[in-house]
Design a binder for this molecule. Structure first.
Ligand SMILES: Nc1ncnc2c1ncn2[C@@H]1O[C@H](COP(=O)(O)OP(=O)(O)OP(=O)(O)O)[C@@H](O)[C@H]1O
Length: 258
């Protein structure tokens, strides 16, 4: 069966530290043989301890960095190369939301400019861009007059809504969310998570949702994949993985969250 977004056998290395001037640096493997997929309208929760490779995998899936080997497909099209024409063509379909809405939003730009930014690659004219921006601001329940304001004028939760609006403006199929609610207080987290669920229902969106917080993962995921030391060690329906974990790493993550 074909999937909406699929990664096959991803490997990613970084240059290691040499032990002396005369010993060559050995590359360090960060991701090894990682395969996963997400289908339309589905949320895949990606969990793992700190340093297990979650953010690296998120960045590879969105084409921000290239893998050393392996393949990435969007609707069966090979988009593996971050600079290839297929990736360029499908880039608007796969968007990303980051943890820190403060750092992800340029403080010198108005909300209008920030949210419209991904549209400059799409060939829409100024009027169409403006209409899209107003549509997505309404979608995330921000007032119309937000367009002429700056990120500092908003709360943390509102800033994350601006980041979500920017991710939505190209009408993507998949959003990769890397710790998207981790910087928010618990009640704001719940509001933003429910907004993401509502957007999923209305637009048939798929999410790959990276989080270290199992309560968040439980709330939003249909399936879960567990990363440990750069490998997927367990994957399955969310209820199964959380109630009958098979791998010791999954059990440890669940125990640590109790
Ligand atoms: N460009 C890079 N150069 C060197 N090391 C890197 C690079 N990118 C990632 N790493 C290393 O890869 C490992 C995985 O990092 P990554 O940020 O993907 O993990 P993570 O699971 O998201 O962790 P966290 O939950 O703490 O954010 C870490 O050991 C990190 O130091």
């Amino acid at each position: 069966m074909s999937h909406l977004l699929e990664a096959r056998n991803i490997q990613y290395d970084v240059a290691g530290r040499g032990t002396s001037l005369f010993r060559p640096q050995k590359p360090r493997t960060i991701l090894q043989d990682v395969s996963l997929h997400v289908d339309r309208g589905e949320t895949l929760g990606l969990i793992g301890s700190s340093g297990s490779g979650k953010s690296t995998l998120a960045r590879i899936l969105t084409g921000l960095v290239g893998a050393k080997s392996g393949l990435i497909f969007f609707e069966e099209q090979d988009i593996t190369s971050p600079t290839g024409t297929a990736r360029h063509r499908f880039r608007p379909h796969i968007q990303m939301i980051f943890q820190d809405p403060q750092g992800a939003l340029d403080p010198r730009q108005t909300v209008e400019k920030i949210v419209a930014e991904p549209l400059y690659q799409t060939g829409l004219n100024a009027e169409e861009r403006n209409r899209r921006v107003l549509d997505v601001l309404a979608d995330v329940a921000l007032p119309e007059d937000a367009i002429s304001r700056y990120p500092r004028e908003f709360s943390g939760g509102q800033r994350q809504r601006i980041a979500i609006a920017r991710a939505l403006v190209t009408r993507p199929d998949v959003i990769v969310a890397d710790e998207a609610v981790s910087a928010l207080d618990v009640s704001t987290q719940a509001i933003v998570l429910n907004l993401l669920l509502d957007l999923q229902e209305r637009h048939g969106l798929s999410y790959i949702f990276v989080s270290h917080d199992l309560a968040v993962i439980r709330h939003i995921s249909h399936r879960i994949a567990v990363l440990d030391g750069g490998r997927i060690v367990e994957t399955g329906p969310a209820a199964d993985v959380l109630t009958h974990p098979q791998h010791p790493t999954t059990r440890a993550l669940i125990n640590a969250s109790l």
